[in-house]
Design a binder for this molecule. Structure first.
Ligand code: HEM
Length: 128
């Protein structure tokens, strides 16, 4: 098998757009996450779709439109603790289940997202 990207292995644009839609529908209902987001998720969904496309080795949609992702810097204005990181990951896990992402590739992607989620943590002195 010649080198396929994770983007190709999960089914490309169609799978990713279903994943992102499902994910933010869960985020919008999660008590630890929803308050951080605007009421209208259209723009966030679009940006995340473009970001994940390039994160997984697909076309560089995000950078073409918005420049360097600088994700940690773009998250610094939101208070993100381990509670929010775990909530984000829990929504992503459920979204992956609902989208039918399975197997080794799903686990690999999830582990990369776990690292990225903890990279966004900017508030470690959280009660709970
Ligand atoms: C944007 C929260 C983790 C990718 C945002 C926004 C919030 C947020 C509140 C901005 C919404 C707005 O525009 O008003 C969180 C929280 C996380 C988290 C609480 C928990 C750790 C991640 C991870 C990724 C990611 C792991 C990537 C895999 C993005 C992207 C944007 C964004 C691409 C749009 C950035 C932009 O273009 O401005 N996030 N995020 N986030 N997030 Fe996260």
């Amino acid at each position: 098998e010649t080198m396929r990207t994770p983007y190709e292995m999960i089914g490309g644009a169609d799978t990713l757009s279903r994943l992102v839609d499902t994910f933010y529908d869960l985020v919008a209902r999660h008590p630890d996450l929803a308050p951080l987001f605007p009421e209208d998720f259209t723009e966030v969904k679009e940006r995340q779709y473009m970001f994940l496309t390039q994160f997984l080795g697909g076309p560089t949609l995000y950078s073409n439109r918005h420049g360097h992702p600088m994700l940690r810097a773009r998250h610094i204005r939101f208070p993100i603790g381990p509670v929010q990181a775990e909530a984000w990951l829990a929504c992503m896990k459920t979204a992956m289940d609902k989208t039918g992402l399975e197997g080794e590739i799903r686990e690999q992607i999830f582990e990369r997202l776990r690292l990225t989620a903890y990279h966004m943590v900017n508030k470690w002195d959280q009660e709970e």
